[in-house]
Design a protein around this ligand. Structure first.
Ligand code: GSH
Length: 333
């Protein structure tokens, strides 16, 4: 019987490389099953049809990277990726969600909007499923995958109208993270947090797809190098930021950006879901942003609000001023 984990995923899948980096940092022995159709593993196990899927040493199969990361926390104490301080831990949850659910719009936009990126992504994805195929089959699969993803762009907000917001937000994340990692190795100190891995997943893909890769290398070379380090951080030994010290300015800037982009979107999304509206419409970074409501992100908003509400008063006294100052609190209270 196998005693190690098995991670079924694909190199071009952001959540797959996120989970792989977590397993490596945590020094959990695992097999990377990165060729084939991981989605079938999920479907056969009766799980939601998303990748990656993790097989635990006892045979259990699970997917969805956030609950997976928390399941690993329950089973392994060493090399936790949740900051010890509960206020930092909440900010970690918030920034992980920002990575998973907002930065993913950047990943999806760049990948399927520009012709060079579409062409590369098709090759990367189809050869990850099956590296050697008959030419006619390969072409047909590439075209079919392209058409499916391009057809989903509007569903996740990747439209011509939203493009300036998404691209401006990408540049902001690059510039801010670039300054941050030159001062502090990871978001919450000299050891990586779940939030680092959330951002890592999306940015790692953005560092390979040609258009956002060129932008990243030109404008934020330190972020590019940070991704290379975080991909396998199994040798990193570090500590968390001092909870009594003020947050680094770069972290505050990222939170403020979250309060200007992702959180107002989440709040508008929740409202649209509650009111049964067909469109979420709001201003983000001074421009009109619109997309259909997204149920999964309604759950994300709810989970963040419940986590905040469950924190003891003593923690809230330290945390609320930070959330207030960065414009996040109004969307989470
Ligand atoms: N929230 C999930 C999402 C996983 C996910 O969306 N994975 C993508 C690929 S990166 C997927 O499987 N999408 C469904 C599909 O393309 O059919 C996570 O954190 O793992």
């Amino acid at each position: 019987m196998s005693t190690s984990y098995v991670l079924y995923g694909l190199n071009p899948s952001p959540y797959s490389v996120k989970m792989r980096a977590i397993l490596r940092y945590r020094r959990l022995p695992f097999v990377w099953n990165g060729i084939g159709n991981a989605r079938d593993v999920a479907v056969e196990a009766g799980l939601p049809p998303v990748i990656p899927v993790l097989r635990f040493p006892d045979g259990r199969l699970m997917n969805d990277s956030t609950p997976l990361a928390h399941a690993l926390e329950r089973e392994h104490r060493e090399r936790s990726i949740i900051p010890d301080d509960p206020a930092q831990a909440f900010l970690n949850d918030l920034l992980e969600d920002f990575g998973d659910e907002w930065v993913t719009k950047m990943m999806f936009h760049y990948r399927w909007y520009y012709a060079a990126d579409r062409a590369f992504a098709q090759t990367w994805i189809i050869t990850s499923r099956d590296p050697v195929m008959a030419e006619s089959q390969r072409r047909a699969d590439m075209q079919a995958f392209n058409d499916r993803q391009v057809g989903r762009m509007a569903l996740v907000g990747c439209t011509e109208q939203n493009r300036p917001v998404i691209e401006e937000s990408y540049r902001f994340v690059l510039d801010t993270l670039d300054r941050h990692v030159r001062e502090i190795p990871f978001l919450f100190g000299s050891r990586p947090s779940l939030a680092d891995f959330g951002l890592f997943g999306q940015l790692q893909i953005l560092s390979v797809d040609p258009t956002p890769m060129a932008e990243m290398r030109a404008r934020a070379a330190d972020v590019y190098c940070w991704l290379l380090r975080l991909d396998d951080a199994s040798g990193v030994e570090g500590g968390w930021l001092d909870p009594a010290a003020p947050l680094p300015e770069t972290l505050t800037a990222l939170l403020r950006h979250c309060g200007e982009t992702y959180l107002p979107f989440l709040a508008a999304n929740t409202k649209a879901l509650q009111e049964g509206k067909e469109e979420v419409v709001l201003d983000i970074l001074g421009r009109a942003y619109a997309q259909a409501p997204f149920r999964y992100q309604g759950k994300c908003h709810d989970a963040l609000r419940k986590k905040l509400a469950a924190l003891p008063a003593a923690v809230r006294r330290r945390l609320d001023p930070v959330l207030e100052e960065t414009g996040c609190l109004a969307y989470l209270a």
